[in-house]
Design a protein around this ligand. Structure first.
Ligand SMILES: Nc1nc2c(ncn2[C@@H]2O[C@H](COP(=O)(O)OP(=O)(O)OP(=O)(O)O)[C@@H](O)[C@H]2O)c(=O)[nH]1
Ligand SMILES: [Mg+2]
Length: 393
């Protein structure tokens, strides 16, 4: 478990703080006869707030501590003292995290930018002290309300990396090599398949100080939609990308045909989400330093009817890499930012408060009953015997 470094999906339980109870108290002081009620209100329970943070890049913290509970509000006290509010609990999330209700599957929030905040579970309101229940005809009120329960949910969090462009290709096609050449990222490059196991995002800097983010994801192979290789779950990380880059090993190093690679890639992506195929895309013909690649290129163009950008990511002087970088900027400029963000999360109604009536000398009523009732309804309840006597009269 300790070796696990990247987590992009997690199930958690959140519970906001309960409000503090209202207090029932009477003023007792020398030389102040019949001081009256002075029970203060309880404090609000702490909210649970999700906040986007650019310095967090995975959900690993929540993977190891999936129970997220906020502090409860403190009960009110005599002398009209309010209880302290529970502290809000701020949970930092990577930008691009979608929050779903685990039970209903509803999308609750989509945290896409740095410092974006969303109150995911509201703390319960504090109860009212008996000081609120004093009227001209009810001078010694013992009624007070309990604090509301905080909202509680089981949630599923999914990270969808935010990048302008996503690199797609078979293992060993040279995706990480390309990202290394054009950006400041340092992905591992090696000649064995599945070198890249987690999505890596690199920032590409341009001379006019503009920046673009490019995501490198693990390689896709035939049958990935059925779970072969690392499966297609990683495609989630390019689902927000405005542009897709199909990187093809034109030299066919692993005894494959480049045109079959391209068709297979599109087939697998279609099985994951056909919408992705409609995104603007660039096809890149990599490993053009090899003779086999030069021979394959005309056949590739003929069979796929695409216009690939030829390049060799090994050659530091290669003009293809520069041309690709420029094309990336030219194609992305007119596409507005944020098109592939999820819909704005809907506002939720707070839970109804259960009515609590305790037998005994004091009567505790809920906020809901308090809101509906007039003060005269709150007079102590009559026993059945008393009710029968009233009827017979
Ligand atoms: N000849 C040649 N070899 C290249 C070129 N680009 C990458 N390679 C080699 O191809 C191998 C795989 O490169 P990577 O960048 O790790 O490939 P990848 O697509 O990220 O692979 P995975 O992470 O395993 O999916 C490495 O040995 C690279 O040196 C190129 O332009 N020409
Ligand atoms: Mg790689």
């Amino acid at each position: 478990m300790k070796t696990r470094r990247f987590v992009d999906q997690v199930r958690i339980h959140v519970r906001a703080g309960k409000g503090g109870d209202g207090s029932c108290s009477f003023r007792r002081e020398a030389c102040v006869p019949e001081g009256g009620p002075d029970g203060g209100d309880g404090g609000r329970g702490g909210h649970i707030i999700f906040k986007g943070c650019k310095d967090v890049d995975s959900l690993i913290a929540l993977f190891f501590s999936p129970l997220v509970f906020a502090e409860e509000g403190v009960a009110g006290r005599g002398q009209k003292m309010f209880g302290r509010m529970g502290k809000d609990l701020i949970v930092l999330l990577p930008c691009g995290t979608e929050v779903f209700n685990e039970e209903t599957g509803e999308l609750i929030a989509d945290i896409v930018s740095h410092d974006q905040e969303f109150i995911i579970a509201k703390g319960g309101e504090g109860g009212l002290g008996n000081v609120h229940f004093r009227t001209s005809t009810h001078q010694v009120p013992t009624e007070h309300t309990p604090g509301e329960l905080g909202e509680e949910f089981r949630l599923r969090l999914e990270l969808k990396t935010i990048a302008d462009a996503g690199l797609l290709g078979f293992p060993n096609a040279g995706k990480s090599s390309l990202l290394k050449r054009i950006s400041d990222a340092h992905p591992k490059v090696a000649s064995y398949p599945f070198t890249t196991l987690n999505p890596i995002v690199g920032t590409v800097n341009y001379e006019n100080f503009s920046q673009l983010r490019v995501a490198d994801i693990p390689g896709i192979i035939a049958g990935a939609a059925d779970g072969v290789g690392l499966g297609l779950d990683f495609l989630r990380h390019i689902s927000r990308s405005r542009l897709l880059v199909y990187l093809i090993d034109m030299a066919g190093t692993d005894n494959r045909n480049p045109w079959d690679d391209y068709k297979q890639l599109r087939k697998e992506i279609k099985q994951y989400d056909a919408e992705l195929l409609k995104r603007p895309s660039i096809v890149v013909a990599n490993k053009m330093d090899e003779q086999a690649a030069i021979e394959n290129l005309p056949a590739f163009i003929k069979k796929t009817r695409t216009h690939p950008v030829p390049m060799s990511t090994l050659d530091p002087e290669d003009l293809g890499v520069k041309a690709f970088k420029q094309k990336l900027q030219d194609l992305l400029k007119p596409i507005p930012r944020g098109v592939f963000q999820a819909e704005k999360a809907k506002t939720r109604k707070s839970k109804p408060v259960p009515v609590v009536i305790e037998s005994g000398e004091e009567e505790i009523i809920s906020q809901e009953t308090f809101a509906k009732a007039t003060f005269f309804d709150l007079a102590p309840k009559k026993s059945k015997k008393q009710q029968r006597e009233i009827k017979s009269e």
